[in-house]
Design a binder for this molecule. Structure first.
Ligand code: UT7
Length: 373
């Protein structure tokens, strides 16, 4: 991570938040499967990613709303993001399938070896059915279970954890996990929406999770949390069954902001730094690991300042944390698998490494996954 941006007034805020990061005793309880009972482990056997070709820079955005390259870089670290271009054929499912095909090939399996598809997204192609079955059809897999995971920025961690449980139980051998988002189609690109729309980008990542008989390696554990009291602090309320389409059509109000995502940015930021730190610590404690044993931390790419806070909290070097938010913005469920794929492609992940994945986002939901690669 070559660049750093000004600490600004955030420095004082971050220093204060450092003192909040404590692991509640309830999170330290060991409620997990007894390791002696596990028959199989699971490992990530293939990774893939896809982002649309269309690059949208901060300067491009400043032509359509009151924002600036300086503001966006200073507050978020983002320089550019990818947006689907009308007519380029991409959608959440199409991008997810492009990433999935690469992951399947790299896993060295055939598509028909997939026992289960887990699709994490907050921007599905259809209201229903879910994106999992659409991906299944695109992949030409005649029948297998397919399930959508709706946990926003934590979606990939929830999906990986679900895959891990199905493999550890002995039920399935190969599970395709996809995280994909088409944000650009639903953002408010006027000055009114600038607090949200400059952050998010489109893209997809995928992983094949495979049965591993060597219990000393693979996914060691995942740790999941939610706190529904903050559900509306980062949300898209209408359209929904709360505000069904006939009602929206009747109102015919182009200025209705409920059509767009809402984010209480500062509250989300403050909770993110605390929860990221807690859940990483929880994962390390569970596996008797110390922060200096982390070979690579891949945080959900929400804001470069959040990643830098976590890096500092755990005393990690630049080589121990992977960030690519500068290029892609926040791709929600796509962000961890995209970052994990790039880190792997760049040779930054090696056999035997301790890899930590961590996410926080809408719900609020958060989680971590600890992997011995
Ligand atoms: O992935 C899900 C999790 N999401 C996150 O983790 C995001 C967490 N939150 C954040 O990253 C930050 O809160 C943001 C980057 C979203 C916003 O940064 P901030 O420093 O919290 O800004 P703010 O919302 O407090 O707004 C500060 C000022 C306001 O102007 P006034 O009222 O001080 O005059 C905003 O209107 O900045 C203004 N502003 C902008 N100015 C230029 C907000 N968005 C923009 C913009 N360009 N894009």
């Amino acid at each position: 991570m070559a660049e750093r941006f000004k600490a600004h007034a955030w420095k004082a805020c971050i220093l204060e938040m450092e003192s909040w990061v404590r692991i509640p005793s309830s999170l330290q309880k060991n409620n997990y499967i007894n390791k002696n009972q596990i028959m199989y482990n699971s490992r990530i056997s293939g990774l893939g990613m896809y982002v649309p070709e269309n690059i949208v820079t901060n300067d491009d955005l400043s032509k359509i709303m009151d924002t600036s390259n300086e503001w966006i870089i200073e507050r978020t670290g983002i320089k550019e993001r990818r947006h689907i271009k009308k007519g380029d054929g991409n959608s959440t499912v199409v991008m997810g399938v492009k990433a999935a095909k690469v992951a399947i090939e790299r896993a060295g399996i055939d598509k028909d070896d997939i026992d289960l598809i887990l699709f994490a997204t907050l921007s599905p192609d259809y209201y229903f059915p879910g994106s999992g079955v659409l991906a299944q059809e695109e992949l030409d897999i005649p029948t297998c279970p397919a399930m959508d995971i709706r946990n926003q920025c934590s979606g990939f961690i929830y999906a990986i954890s679900t895959a891990d449980q199905f493999i550890k139980s002995g039920m399935y051998k190969n599970i395709l996990v996809i995280g994909s988002e088409n944000h650009s189609g639903g953002l408010d690109f006027t000055t009114r929406g600038r607090g949200v729309s400059v952050i998010f980008g489109d893209g997809a990542g995928a992983a094949v999770v495979t049965r591993e008989e060597d219990l000393s390696k693979g996914i060691l554990s995942s740790h999941l949390h939610s706190e529904g009291k903050h559900a509306e602090e980062l949300s898209l309320i209408g359209p929904s069954t709360n505000r069904w389409v006939p009602e929206i059509l009747e109102a015919n109000d182009p200025d209705d902001i409920s059509y767009y995502p809402y984010m209480n940015g500062q509250l989300v930021f403050k909770n993110a730094v605390v929860r990221f730190s807690e859940v990483i610590m929880e994962g390390l404690n569970h596996n008797d690991l110390k922060p200096d044993q982390i070979d690579m931390l891949i945080p959900h790419q929400a804001n470069l300042r959040i990643s830098q806070f976590v890096q500092k909290k755990f005393g990690l070097s630049d080589d121990q944390v992977y960030n690519n938010i500068q290029k892609y913005g926040n791709t929600t469920a796509g962000s961890i698998p995209i970052a994990l794929t790039e880190a792997w492609q760049e040779g930054k992940i090696k056999s035997g490494d301790i890899i930590v994945l961590a996410a926080f986002g809408s719900g609020f939901t958060w989680g971590s996954t600890i992997i011995k690669w």
